[in-house]
Design a binder for this molecule. Sequence first.
Ligand code: PHE
Length: 337
Amino acid sequence: MLEEVQQIESKAVAEIQAAEDEKILEELRIRHLGRKSPLRLVMGQIGQLPAAERPASGQIAGQAQKAIQQAFDDKEMALRQAGDTGSALDVTLPGRRPLLGRAHPLAQLTDELVNVFQGMGFDIADGPEAEDEYHNFDALNTPDDHPARDSHDTFYLEDTGLLRTQTSTVQIRVMEKTPPPIRIISPGRCYRKETVDATHHFAFHQIEGLYVDRGVSFADLKGTIEAMGRQVLGEDTKVRFRPHFFPFTEPSVEYDFTCSICHGENATCSICKGTGWIEIAGAGMVDPAVFENVGYDPEEFTGCAFGMGLERIAMIRHGIDDIRLFLENDLRFTRQF
Ligand code: PHE
């Protein structure tokens, strides 16, 4: 049977390819693909073959049918194009360049930061964007009456849970599953009920870092952040730490990098407002209460954590003045990076 089918196929394909116009092609289509075509006759006989031969025979016939159909489609296209020549198709025009995709500026920055931290021995961890209150607040030592819990800041989901307001949730999720030592970063999207304007958005991105071991000190935190700043914003970048408060770190700081745009020399710099410093993120030493929540012994282990907003860093780097651009998917914007 195989031979017979092959003959039918090659004859049909040859005739189709030789067809001179669409009328002949249509006749050939009926002759070779129609109900009374040789191939259909062969197919009709498959049912009478011994059961063991049927599947293979069916497959062979099916493939032939596909090949004939393909030849028909190709020829039809070719005849149409030929018929159009001189009107719509100008074969001398240059071809259309296919649109090449590329990574979104935030994805590029994420990749870069991941590389920097991997170079310092950090692993990547991930956590859900739809979270529960426990991981977003309670386990992070955020008291019931903390203003961040207020529905003005947090999107609560209909039944239970919320959209995470920070990537610090991943600290908890990792520590729950893994005994120390830990050295992870976690990039991801977060949500807060913000009124959207040039510098605020209800969806934004952070990278969280967590380093827990025996004897981790504030010096580790400073060194890590300084090394990151130098690699991402330039070798001459300096870091400044200011005291701050976060429920889950003690002591807590906010850190600023020297302005890589004006280096403090432009009193009207739109990025640092002439101060020479740009605020990047929060950090601190992990609060012992957090360790207790995940079952770590705070007497034995210490840790530092940091979190930073990616939009902010990307805006500084590229001189972008409107945070909304990151989420609009406007190719005129994203193709610039
Ligand atoms: N999660 C904090 C925020 O979103 C930042 C932070 C992370 C602070 C880790 C300290 C330690 O503002």
